[in-house]
Design a protein around this ligand. Sequence first.
Ligand code: COS
Length: 385
Amino acid sequence: MDFSLTEEQRMIRDLARDFAQNEIVPIAAEHDESGEFPAETIRKMGELGLMGIEIPPEYGGGGLDTLCYVLAMEEISKADAAHGTIMSVNNSLFCHALYKYGTEKQKQKYLIPVASGEVVGAYSLTEPMSGSDAGTMRSRAVRDGDEYVINGRKSWVSSGPVAKYILLFTMTAPEKKHHGITAFIVETGRPGFAHGKVEPKLGIRASATCECVYEDYRLPVANRLGEEGEGFKIAMSTLDEGRIGIASQALGIAEAAYEASVAYAKERYAFGQAIADFQAIQWKLADMATRIEASRLLIYNAALTKERAEQSGARYTRESSMAKLYASETAMWVATQAVQIHGGMGYSKELPVERYFRDAKITEIYEGTSEIQRMVIARSVLGGK
Ligand code: COS
């Protein structure tokens, strides 16, 4: 498989890298500490075309390929994983779904402002009692003439506190289970919509996450995405794309932790020599580098498989899950080694290594836990569903 980068791919990687190193790195620790949403840098990322990378220009996006998206996600997340989360949700979970399943009118009204970065988009599947088992949601939408009336509570909505539009999944026919779920484009800030508690998080603290509460929230039928009952498939196929984004975020975190470790190992002396001269440290660095490279290859493979699959209408669920599983576990493992190599300084807030460690953990949990990815891969291996 040929992974040599095109001129366009190198350009977007370099643009994202320059922006991330010059504008995000200097503010990352402060936003992690305060938990404040980085509105200014996200606005600039919109101007640079990083909030709708794969969406065609006529719908406000950059019109670039999936590898461009992966490369940019990696660079942004290497500087700060919280920015990576906001970028990934906007690109993969909102824009991708709207582009794939939206009507022309929906694209004009909702995709253009989100893909161009003018406003932020979110995705809302999870509920307090429905996480991995996504088909068991309790929220409801009931048809009433030309409208639906929505009631229920959604949790862990990434970018929920700031999103203007949310892609919401809710039950229209509970007796049909998966086949009773329907997708809607919600306009926040209208009667019946309220933000619930802000989730107090271990990592990616600058990416705002909250509950969203619907009480007799009325939505026109025109805001339904796809047909009634198609919601679960829309949600799952959108996560196939999303998981490539999260894998790229994990890769960025792992690289940041690894590079910090190489530099520290060369400058830190113990027992009369740089700690990089000890085999114990060398083996850690060798394993870190190898796992990072393996993650990159799985992610690039998933990106290229997705490009081909989307042309033929095939699925790329297995490749996407493999990339997400391996890259997220690599990020957690590499960040753990990085803390160990840094010793006390790895545990200190004076260096970003402890932040990489905290940020890495979420990549093993959201958009499908490692256990869910293994379940998806095993089903594919065994030739089941
Ligand atoms: N693309 C398209 N369709 C898909 C799909 C995908 N990636 N995955 C499943 N489907 C379809 C199936 O083909 C099946 O369709 P039919 O009923 O018409 O045959 C239907 O959806 C139900 O699928 P399945 O039987 O596999 O559902 P399960 O409940 O057994 O399991 C898992 C689905 C566990 C894989 C799914 O619920 C999941 O990914 N959970 C994690 C959710 C998640 O990531 N949450 C985080 C949200 S973002 S923070």
